[in-house]
Design a protein around this ligand. Structure first.
Ligand SMILES: NC(=O)c1ccc[n+]([C@@H]2O[C@H](COP(=O)([O-])OP(=O)(O)OC[C@H]3O[C@@H](n4cnc5c(N)ncnc54)[C@H](OP(=O)(O)O)[C@@H]3O)[C@@H](O)[C@H]2O)c1
Length: 271
């Protein structure tokens, strides 16, 4: 393959919670023939929530490509990788071109890539603000826009934005991040309205604190304070988020668009 890489290295999958028996049975159904498989692209799909989403979609029988800035050392079997920095329109175009040439048109997009750069507003530079908004909100806009035409041709598409509970609640030290995640809601609902007639649904998942590198960066004390505030009394797992994404990408979610599904242990209730 030219740009894409299928890594057949039998790397261990990241720890996933054991599935319930019914779910297990569902997952064991045979994958459809390749010509009937849908093609999913997950930005920021090399670790954390994005990787869990990619694995969920793979288990659901789709062909899955993940994108990121850095080439991962290893990828679980079945996933392909393409370089795709969502702040760079040229890389986005090249990534979609490569996927279309080597796999086919993307009809499931999970716009998951995101960053933080925390700080109190009085110490937050313009660049601290705009760089986070550009990656999280601008990046989602760019990949969604690039994905739409092929979905329109297929008259079927699923776009799923990964927002955050922080978008609705706000968070001290995260004005840039919260603004970007709240912005995704307006973006998603507008796209949902614009493309509903083309049978393209656009939804959001708003995770609460999820056990990933991003959360680890906050340190143990902050994490403990967050857990204290979560009604379910724990941080979530990437699989918790991936389950909602898998549902939104499925035929079962055909009549859902413009919605935000919280996956936050109850943290944002009422928000
Ligand atoms: N973890 C949480 O508690 C939590 C809560 C709510 C929402 N979220 C959201 O969930 C998403 C995933 O978070 P996570 O915790 O899984 O983060 P993570 O572990 O830090 O992973 C981030 C992923 O995004 C990629 N990425 C970062 N900047 C990128 C860019 N400019 N272009 C393309 N890929 C980029 C990273 O790969 P490279 O560095 O190689 O590019 C990596 O694959 C984010 O949008 C985040 O805001 C997370």
């Amino acid at each position: 393959m030219n740009v894409l890489r299928r890594d057949d290295d039998p790397a261990p999958r990241p720890t996933r919670q054991p599935r319930r028996p019914a779910q297990e049975q569902r997952k064991q159904r045979q994958a459809p023939p390749e010509e009937d498989q849908r093609i999913a692209f997950v930005t920021g799909g090399t670790r954390g929530i994005g990787l869990a989403c990619a694995l969920e979609l793979l288990e659901d029988g789709h062909r899955v490509v993940v994108g990121s800035r850095n080439r991962p050392d290893r990828l679980p079997e079945g996933l392909a990788w393409v370089p795709c920095d969502v702040t760079d329109p040229k890389q986005i175009d090249a990534a979609f071109d490569a996927i279309e040439a080597e796999v086919g048109p993307v009809t499931i997009l999970v716009a998951n890539a995101g960053i933080t750069n925390d700080g109190l507003v009085l110490r937050m530079s313009d660049d601290d603000f705009t760089s986070v908004v550009d990656a999280n909100l601008g990046g989602a806009f760019r990949v969604a826009k690039r994905s739409i035409r092929p979905m329109m041709k297929k008259r079927w598409g699923r776009i799923i934005f990964i927002s955050s509970v922080v978008g609705a609640m706000g968070q001290t030290g995260q004005a840039n991040y919260a603004a970007s995640k709240a912005g995704l809601v307006g973006l998603g609902r507008s796209l949902a309205r614009e493309f509903a007639s083309r049978n393209i649904t656009v939804n959001l998942v708003a995770p609460g604190p999820i056990e990933t590198d991003m959360l680890d960066a906050l340190g143990d004390d902050t994490k403990a304070a967050i857990v204290e505030a979560v009604p379910l009394g724990r941080v979530g797992t990437p699989d918790d988020v991936a389950a909602a994404v898998g549902f939104l990408a499925s035929d079962g979610a055909a009549y859902i668009t413009g919605a935000t599904i919280p996956v936050d242990g109850g943290l944002g209730m009422g928000g």
